[in-house]
Design a protein around this ligand. Structure first.
Ligand code: SF4
Ligand code: SF4
Length: 428
């Protein structure tokens, strides 16, 4: 049997996708890792070339060099936006990661163990969330940080602790109601995906999302059987876990007769929209996955597509907007968040240079590749400061946490928001 017949990449990737790359190099300047590392093997073109070598059986997926370059990618998809040939880089890199193990031990342990166990078990995730909020609210975090006791922790754990964003809400988690009625006439029936990180750390933003939708005449369903979308597992190459999570979400929203399924986290939205592709080989779920994915909309995408109830209360503030990679490059959503922000009276939106360049968060990239991540974050903070904004709007929890971490590193006092936080303020 030929080597290629045993090649698992053949089951996950159509060679046509690899052939679409004509090696023009027009994507190179847009690639953050190429800009930082300056090495062809860490560019989109270089990575596609290496994946093709593995596809053709010329290089093993276990090759350490291959694994290193594949996992040094942010999966930010800036190359996908820049590519004139329409190369679907996201599909290519995620297929490659599904056949290649991370080379970095922390990526293996964090990615495959924590994401595959805690994030797949809602009760365990809730318990971790409560522990985190008690740690922050009880003053223990402040005490440990001041006493320098955290310096006794291993470096990686210390880094993880320093990146923790202050959790919104109280100690107890208040999930979205199973059904929230529309205010006034019912215009739409929507599903709401709460997510995994969002209800634990950004509970106020989730509550604001539901209120904003209800204000716009939407009945909002949030079934309790839903769970993590599988995005982080996909990015770390754990495709089977991502598939299980996708099936659970499809079952949870089944039969509700929804007009759309809303998500307020860009990274999750990008993966939810790919469920059709993720479950294409599952005869029981393939069709339902396509139907589910077609209904998924980022909250800003949905709100910009309807006649928005006019926000009237002024929110006097100068803010800048960070494009989340998985919104702008993964889903092609660039104008809609700005369109909504510009409708809020009193709010001044100042554009930031390179707002669509990755901030270095990229799932758990800031934990697995802290050096590259920090260099990207520092560039981002320079651009952010140049705007003179006192508030930062980001449509993804990972970006918000990363930018808040960047502000703490520089001792800056900045406020962080999601688009719906500000719209909700203007509605109240
Ligand atoms: S990915 Fe697109 S832009 Fe980059 S080298 Fe290939 S064809 Fe050119
Ligand atoms: S996804 Fe981002 S980091 Fe990866 S090759 Fe494309 S532009 Fe570079």
């Amino acid at each position: 049997m030929a080597v290629s017949d045993l090649n698992p990449l053949h089951d996950l990737l159509d060679k046509k996708l690899l052939k679409e790359c004509v090696h023009c190099g027009l994507c190179l300047d847009y690639c953050p890792t190429y800009r930082v590392i300056g090495h062809e093997a860490d560019s989109p073109r270089g990575r596609i070339y290496q994946i093709r070598q593995v596809y053709e059986g010329k290089v093993s997926a276990e090759d350490p060099d291959f694994r290193e370059h594949i996992y040094a990618c942010l999966d930010c998809r800036a190359c996908q936006t820049a590519c004139p040939s329409g190369v679907q880089y996201g599909a290519i890199i995620e297929a490659a990661r599904a056949v290649a193990e991370p080379i970095n031990p922390s990526e293996k342990t964090v990615g495959r163990a924590i994401l595959g166990s805690v994030f797949t078990r809602p009760r365990l995730l809730d318990a971790a969330g409560v522990g985190l909020r008690v740690y922050q609210r009880s003053g223990m975090q402040q005490l440990l940080r001041k006493s320098h006791a955290l310096e006794l922790l291993p470096k990686r754990l210390r880094e993880m602790e320093s990146m923790l964003a202050p959790a919104q809400g109280g100690i107890r988690r208040h999930p979205a109601p199973h059904v929230t009625p529309a205010r006034g006439t019912v215009r739409y029936r929507l599903g709401f995906i709460e997510g995994c990180i969002m209800p634990q750390l950004f509970a106020d933003t989730n509550a604001a999302t539901v209120r904003v939708l209800a204000t716009n005449g939407c009945v909002v369903y949030s079934p309790p059987t839903q769970g993590c979308c599988g995005a982080l597992q996909m990015h770390t190459g754990d495709r089977p876990t991502a598939q299980d999570l996708a099936r659970r979400n499809i079952d949870a929203f089944d039969g509700l007769g929804l007009d759309a399924i809303i998500i307020n986290a860009a990274g999750c939205g990008s993966t939810l929209k790919e469920y059709g592709h993720l479950l294409a080989d599952d005869p029981r779920y393939a069709e339902r996955a396509v139907a589910f994915a077609q209904k998924v909309k980022d909250v800003s995408e949905f709100l910009a597509s309807i006649e928005l109830v006019e926000p009237t209360r002024p929110v006097p503030m100068r803010v800048t907007y960070q494009d989340a990679c998985h919104l702008v490059h993964g889903q092609g959503i660039r104008n809609q968040p700005r369109q909504i922000l510009r409708q809020i009276p009193g709010l001044e939106l100042v554009e930031m240079q390179d707002s669509d360049v990755c901030c270095g968060s990229a799932g758990i990239y800031n934990l697995t590749h802290p050096d590259i991540s920090t260099r990207l974050l520092e560039q981002k903070m320079d651009h952010l400061l140049a705007t003179g904004a006192t508030g930062v709007v980001a449509p993804n929890p990972g970006c918000t946490m990363q930018l808040a971490y960047g502000a703490r590193r520089r001792g800056l006092k900045l406020d962080f928001f999601h688009i719906v936080d500000l719209l909700d303020r203007s509605y109240q």
